[in-house]
Design a protein around this ligand. Structure first.
Ligand code: UDP
Ligand code: GLC
Length: 395
């Protein structure tokens, strides 16, 4: 018997969401003792990124009615949902067949849809199941019915990995904490000084009501009143059906008369180059973010951060609760546009203090969030549930 642990990762999407990018980075950091293969419910750019990382990917297509089902509608009972349930069951049969054929040592699911759909196939094939939860399972984040369903089902897997303490706090089971890590190429040396030229206030993330671009656009008039040459750069594209929101953002910038100062950059594969241009990076999610990788990504490039005080971001920027000594970033209440503008102005007004915070943030994030740590935690968890606690031949 080989000493390589064979892990089948299951994800419902082929898109490049944050959880999927975290998966790619974790796969790149795994050692020789683990072989990961990924099964997706649909094809998409994720497949290419995984294959580049040397990961074998299979697509087992799911009916659109299930794959595209809105989280807000999941967990409801209506005739349409009975049909969906039948389709899920049919998919479960195919997935069970796939597990029987591949016989992985562990099956690891990385999205809520994959978590739920894989429960029965894992049980039927007696494959140890690990859930990797990237969402806060809470009513302020997901539909209450789905919250109840996921919380009940969370007792079934052999292990539940979470991306933050904030996520762990929403689950009724013991969890394993594995912060998503930054890849070595995402970090730089600490910044000596802010970039020259007019200040750049940046925000990175998919365009969505949950990501706070609207709050930043609304804070822009106050920022410009104090720093008239500032530019606001919005990096990211609408995904998961948020195109309408992108239009709202554009029209809000026009309505407020700031559209000449706001640059819509779109999706960038290389966000590091964007971060390097920023005087300050804003993370303005009005709802508690489960983790918030872009905050870490700004920190490991030494970019000062202004963020909302909620969810995983608080853990990233104030690891022991309230910041003591040099804070790692400025935290403002979620949804508070005036406080957001004031914090951005504070950074732009006092570059020396911002640079000090940036250096403290750089040191803290570099140490706490390297992806090698994530990979080690995942490997330990997989070995434990597979009954092979240490590398070496299995019994
Ligand atoms: N990202 C990117 N290009 C963009 C915007 C975002 O590559 O134009 C990446 C970003 O660097 C981060 C991920 O998308 O790695 C977003 O992850 P995060 O955890 O911050 O948020 P999520 O989208 O998962 O809620
Ligand atoms: C999810 C969460 C985000 C987190 C990412 C990686 O997409 O929305 O907060 O950073 O997963 O765990």
């Amino acid at each position: 018997m080989t000493d390589r642990l064979r892990v089948l990762v299951v994800d419902h999407t082929g898109d490049l969401g944050g959880a999927e990018l975290a998966l790619v980075r974790a796969c790149e950091a795994l050692g020789d003792h683990v072989t990961v293969r990924v099964l997706l419910f649909e094809d998409g750019p994720l497949r290419g990124r995984l294959e580049q990382a040397g990961v074998r990917v299979d697509v087992l297509p799911i009916s659109r009615a299930v794959g595209g089902m809105d989280r807000r509608r999941a967990g409801r009972l209506s005739p349409r949902h009975v049909v969906t349930a039948v389709r899920v069951a049919a998919y479960g049969v195919r997935l069970t067949g796939r597990l029987r054929r591949l016989r992985p040592d562990v099956v690891h699911t990385t999205s809520l849809k994959a978590d739920l759909v894989t429960l029965v196939p894992a049980r039927l094939t007696r494959t140890p199941l690990v859930w990797h939860v990237h969402d806060r399972i809470a009513d302020d984040y997901l539909p209450p019915r789905l919250v109840r369903l996921v919380r009940r089902a969370a007792r079934v897997p052999q292990a539940v990995v979470v991306n933050s303490r904030a996520t762990a706090a929403t689950l009724p089971v013991e969890t394993v904490l594995a912060y998503p890590g930054y890849a070595p190429g995402q970090a730089s040396a600490p910044r000596a000084a802010a970039p020259a030229g007019p200040p750049v206030v940046g925000i990175v993330g998919r365009l969505s009501p949950t990501k706070g671009q609207l709050e930043l656009v609304r804070a822009t008039p106050a920022i410009l009143a104090r720093h008239p040459d500032a530019r606001v750069r919005v990096v990211g594209a609408p995904t998961f059906g948020a195109e309408e929101h992108a239009e709202l953002l554009h029209s809000e910038a026009v309505r407020l008369g700031v559209s000449d100062h706001v640059e819509w950059v779109g999706f960038r594969a290389d966000t590091a180059a964007e971060l390097d241009e920023m005087t300050v990076c804003v993370h303005a999610s009005p709802v508690p973010e489960p983790f918030g990788q872009v905050v870490v990504e700004a920190m490991v490039r030494g970019v000062p951060v202004v963020a909302t005080r909620a969810g995983g971001v608080t853990e990233i920027l104030a690891p022991d609760g309230e910041p003591t000594g040099d804070p790692l970033g400025l935290l403002v209440p979620p949804g508070d546009v005036d406080a957001l503008a004031a914090a951005v102005i504070e950074v732009l007004d006092d570059p020396a203090a911002a640079a000090r915070r940036g250096r403290a943030a750089f040191a803290s994030a570099s140490e706490r969030f390297p992806v090698a740590r994530t990979a080690a935690t995942l490997t330990r968890t997989w070995r434990r549930v597979a009954g092979v606690p240490y590398p070496g031949p299995r019994p």
